[in-house]
Write a protein that binds this ligand. Sequence first.
Ligand code: G1P
Length: 275
Amino acid sequence: MIRKCLFPAAGYGTRFLPATKATPKEMLPILTKPLIQYGVEEALAAGIHTMAIVTGRGKRAIEDHFDISYELEHQIKGTSKEPLLREIRDVIEHCTFSYTRQKEMKGLGHAILTGETLIGQEPFAVILADDLCDHEEGDPVLKQMVELFNRFRCSIVAIEEVPADQTHKYGIIAGEEIEEGIYRVQNMVEKPDPKKAPSNLAIIGRYILTPDIFDKIRRTKPGKGGEIQITDALLKQAGEGRVIAYRFKGRRFDCGSVDGFVEATNHFYEKYRAK
Ligand code: G1P
């Protein structure tokens, strides 16, 4: 059973300066909801109630967001504005949040290892909040992955096909397709040049990891960009035949980029208007 979801949220969000100078990038809103709340709601929809957030300096707004604001509650109680707080109240009521700080930015693998103290020795999910996922019908993406974990009992990464000239932005996998959209991973490379990419199947920001990943990260040397990469640690599990890549059903927006952020905004605005 997957009980906990880890949110690496210590990054600086430099692509969104100056907006992210004093505001965590995870708090940038798509319509009226901050990115990280979409992620927490996706975890909740997958049956996960314990959120473990790896933060850093300047990220206090995240903690405040997932806490009760007594003054605000008091001010708007009984007014027409009260329903606007309904979703976040639900989240706060149904989840517990714990936080730890990543003191130095040494890569996604390092961020996940920093979260070990909050996760312990059990399989867990990871959501990168700036990859915003939506599903048209059926289950949200993380729920699809939890169901797959219950079948395969090993690490799972979400993948999607990307244009061949975009491989340098992602972890890229190669493997044997054992069922439609489900691959047993044999190779994975962090942000390869298109010429060196083993495929065009890119990892997006949803993972389920078995807890042996922590020791594997500890034994992973800095890789691409001098950072400790989760992709490199996962390759060690893949060598043991214990990583599945899953071409998820749904749509993902790269809200770490201005283009993706605007696309997501338009997409959710269309849905909002259609309601
Ligand atoms: C990270 C991972 C990469 C993955 C991506 C998904 O990269 O290192 O393997 O494809 O997230 O968003 P980042 O985007 O943090 O540079």
